[in-house]
Design a protein. Sequence first.
Length: 239
Amino acid sequence: MDFDLPLISRHKASQKNLSDIFSPLNHFVDHSITKRHISSQIDLELGFNIKQTEEILQSKAKKLLPESQFDQWGPVLHGGAQTWIGLDFQILQTSYHDLKAMFEIIKPKAGERVIDLGAGYGRIGVFLHHFYPRSEFLGIEIVKERVDEGNRLLRTLGCHDKKLAAIDLDKMGELPEGDIFFIYDFGSVTHIKKVLEMLKHTPRRLLVVKGQIARQIMLKDEEYGEGLKVKKLEDVYIY
Ligand SMILES: C[S@@+](CC[C@H](N)C(=O)[O-])C[C@H]1O[C@@H](n2cnc3c(N)ncnc32)[C@H](O)[C@@H]1O
């Protein structure tokens, strides 16, 4: 049977209010697998069609390359960029628990614009919509299907000052204006290096970096150096 997935999920978030959906974040959780599991439940209740969208991307990639070359599925579909098609997307997103801990330190002010470089489905935008509604959000993401799904959900939630744009970061000459920039290792070492160079000349209040690749590059660069570790979180630093 053929059915319209976006239609099925359109009313999910309104059946339960957002405070209820995000209530598991009121309880402290220490383990990354549990955080990921709770995040995936929250995504389902919000009405995110992540699994379905990833399956569509995988089937497009399988037509071009066999299963044995799954690490090339992302690059073959997205002009050489590593978009990790074929991996469980929950692993690639920052959990809602970690976002809560991170933004309690960042404290975005009313009107401040948060920019996520390599934004996936724009989970950060949805999180900010509920917890910091007066902030703005722009997520830059190369995979158009992820962008479309993230924007669909944000519109469904009635959110108009937070959105995603389908852009290849490697092709940008300069970054958009923002107050708080966030990077969680994306694409490749070369792409991350290029964006970190651009960020040196981009006015901002804060740069928040997650992941070992960016961390190693920054430690070797005296303009960045150590940064400030976010307590409670494994691999998040603020510059
Ligand atoms: C690790 S995920 C991070 C998701 C999100 N920032 C979070 O923390 O939940 C990295 C994302 O970067 C995207 N990406 C990879 N190369 C890119 C590029 N050149 N331009 C824009 N996005 C890219 C991938 O498709 C993937 O969705």
